[in-house]
Design a protein around this ligand. Structure first.
Ligand SMILES: Cc1cc2nc3c(=O)[nH]c(=O)nc-3n(C[C@H](O)[C@H](O)[C@H](O)COP(=O)(O)O)c2cc1C
Length: 314
C-alpha cells in the first residue's frame, strides 16, 4: 500500500511537511497545495518557497498545478522540471466557487471536451509523469463515465479519486459506488481519497476495495499526524510526540512569518483538526482559539497537553 498526504492549502506547506516528516516517518508522498500558473510566467514567492528543493530535502514531494490552460500547465511543469521534479499533479477537484467560476479545479470537469483538448495538449508537450486528482463530476456522478473515457486515453501516472461532486465540498459521505465504477472502467492506476479518519475507516475501505493499493489522507492525518504509523504498524501516537511535532511546526512558522497574529492564524487552523484528538477539550480549544499573543497561545497549548490525554484511537 502507498500512503499519501493530501495537499491542503494553508496547512500542508513546507514547514508543516518537514515537521511531519521529522516526527512521523510513514508517509510515502506529500503533495504541495495548488500552484496557480499565470500569464506573467512567474510563480509567487510563496509558491516558490514551497517547492524549492532546499525546503524539501529528504521528502518525496509532488507539486500540484491548478489551471485549465494547456500552455500555463506546460510552462509550470517545465519550470518545475528545472527544479528537479519529474512528476506534477493536476487539480481537478477544488470546489471553491472562485476557482470553479473560472472553470478550474472541479469546474473544469463540467467542460469535458475542453478537458480532453487540454490533455491532448499537455501530454504531447511534456515528457514528465502527470497524475490527476479529480472529483467524480461537477454537478453529478453521471459525469464520471465520460471523465473516465478521457482519462483512459492518456497514460496518467495515477488517478487520485475523491468521490464527491463540487457542491458536496467536503461534506456528505464519499460515493463508493463511483469508486466501484472507476475500479471497473478505469485503466490508470487508482488512488483513493476521502474520509479516512481512523484505522477502522481504513480497514473498511481496504476490505471493500482490495485491488486499490494507494490511499491519500487529508483531514484525518492533520487531526492525527500519526495515523499512517498506526495503520502500518499499530503504533499509537504518544502525546509527547504530538507536542514535539506541534512545537516544531510553531518554531518553523515563527522563523518565516512575521507577527504573532499571522503565526497564530496558521496554528489555529491546525488546531481546528488536532483538537479532535483530545477528549473533553472544549474549554482548552476555546482558549487556544481566543489567544491573541504567542505567550497566551503557548500557555493554552501547554495546559491542554498537561491536563488532557489523547482519546483512545478507533
Ligand atoms: C483546508 C483544505 C485545503 C485543501 N487544499 C487542497 C489543495 O490545495 N489541493 C487539492 O487538490 N485539494 C485540497 N483539499 C482537498 C484535500 O486534498 C482532500 O481531497 C480532502 O480533504 C478530502 O480528503 P480527506 O477526507 O482525507 O480530508 C483541501 C481540503 C481542505 C479541507
Amino acid at each position: 500500500m502507498k500512503y499519501y498526504f493530501a495537499p491542503m492549502e494553508g496547512i500542508t506547506g513546507y514547514v508543516y511537511r518537514n515537521a511531519h516528516r521529522m516526527f512521523f516517518k510513514q508517509v510515502d508522498v506529500y503533495f504541495t497545495p495548488f500552484i496557480v500558473p499565470t500569464q506573467n510566467r512567474k510563480f509567487t514567492s510563496r509558491e516558490k518557497k514551497d517547492f524549492l528543493p532546499e525546503h524539501n530535502q529528504g521528502l518525496h514531494v509532488i507539486p500540484q498545478i491548478l489551471t485549465n490552460k494547456g500552455d500555463d500547465f506546460i510552462w509550470a511543469a517545465k519550470e518545475l522540471k528545472e527544479y528537479g521534479y519529474d512528476e506534477v499533479n493536476l487539480n481537478l477537484g477544488c470546489p471553491s466557487p472562485t476557482v470553479v467560476s473560472k472553470g478550474r479545479g472541479s469546474g473544469f470537469l463540467g467542460k469535458p471536451d475542453q478537458l480532453e483538448a487540454f490533455f491532448d495538449e499537455i501530454f504531447s508537450a511534456l515528457d514528465m509523469k502527470i497524475s490527476v486528482k479529480t472529483r467524480i463530476g461537477k454537478d453529478s456522478q453521471e459525469e464520471l463515465g465520460r471523465l473516465l473515457e478521457i482519462y483512459n486515453k492518456y497514460p496518467l501516472k495515477e488517478l487520485i479519486l475523491h468521490p464527491r461532486i463540487q457542491k458536496d465540498f467536503y461534506r456528505n459521505e464519499p460515493n463508493w459506488e463511483a469508486v466501484k465504477e472507476a475500479v471497473s472502467l478505469g485503466k490508470n492506476p487508482l488512488c483513493y481519497n476521502g474520509n479516512l479518519f481512523s484505522v477502522k475507516d481504513y480497514e473498511r475501505f481496504t476490505s471493500s476495495f482490495p485491488s486499490i493499493d494507494c490511499v491519500m489522507f487529508g483531514r484525518g492525518l492533520v487531526a492525527n499526524p500519526g495515523l499512517v504509523g498506526e495503520i502500518k504498524n499499530g503504533e499509537t501516537m504518544e502525546k509527547e510526540q504530538l507536542k514535539a511535532f506541534h512545537d516544531e511546526v510553531l518554531r518553523g512558522y515563527e522563523e518565516i512569518i512575521s507577527g504573532d497574529r499571522n503565526v497564530l492564524f496558521k496554528m489555529k487552523e491546525l488546531w481546528a483538526y488536532m483538537i479532535q484528538m483530545f477528549g473533553g477539550s472544549e474549554k482548552h480549544g476555546k482558549k487556544i482559539r481566543k489567544s491573541q499573543h504567542l505567550g497566551e497561545y503557548r500557555a493554552a497549548v501547554d495546559s491542554l497537553f498537561k491536563e488532557l490525554d489523547l482519546k483512545e484511537s478507533g
